[in-house]
Design a protein around this ligand. Structure first.
Ligand code: SF4
Ligand code: SF4
Length: 179
């Protein structure tokens, strides 16, 4: 047993010597190439950005990459599940009764991308699957307020409300007619 641990220590000792020697050798080689001017002939891999010729495009991104979060407001039910689960408070949502029964009108739906950590929790709890990550990743702005994306439909107007009320009354009549 003692002999076995002794052998392991000897082995680790030589591995360490080898790794140190290899690191020094590579560093010396690179320094040598730099000193004789050959270092500059090595292939340049740094890409200019933005550069339409050499830069990566959206198609080059990994399939599961998470860019800017978007909401398809027509599918959104205003259930607030995304707002409740978001750990960083990205959402501001306001909704009210919609044009027909069981239909919600989402008047305000703001996502503050300056707070988003792309954890995807909101996407998983969204039952109508209206939330999704896009591949948009260029979000540089001069003012943080520009990172708030607005998807809401806007507040219900007086005319809309009147129209919806009569629509609901009609629905009620039809409902009782079919009873
Ligand atoms: S979880 Fe989905 S449906 Fe519910 S409010 Fe958020 S985006 Fe809308
Ligand atoms: S991805 Fe995470 S941090 Fe971003 S909005 Fe959704 S829950 Fe919030």
């Amino acid at each position: 047993m003692i002999f076995k641990s002794f052998l392991i220590r000897i082995k680790n000792y030589f591995i360490e010597i080898y790794l140190n020697f290899r690191g020094s050798f590579v560093a010396t080689l690179e320094l040598y190439q730099y000193l004789i001017g050959k270092g500059q002939s090595r292939k340049q891999i740094t890409e200019r950005y933005p550069d339409p010729i050499s830069s990566k495009t959206v198609a080059d991104l990994p399939a599961k990459s998470r860019g800017v979060l978007e909401n398809d407001i027509e599918q959104c039910t205003g259930c607030l599940k995304c707002l409740e689960i978001c750990p960083t408070g990205c959402f501001e949502i306001e909704s009210e009764e919609g044009p027909t029964q069981n239909k919600t009108w989402v008047s305000i739906f703001n996502i503050d991308h300056s707070l988003c950590i792309q954890c995807e929790l909101c996407v998983h709890v969204c039952q109508p699957r209206s939330l999704r990550f896009t591949k948009k990743f260029e979000t540089s702005v001069l003012d943080r307020s520009q990172l708030v994306m607005r998807f809401g439909k806007g507040f219900v107007t007086h005319d809309q409300r009147q129209k919806w009320n009569s629509l609901r009354k009609l629905e009620d009549i039809n409902f009782y007619d079919t009873e």
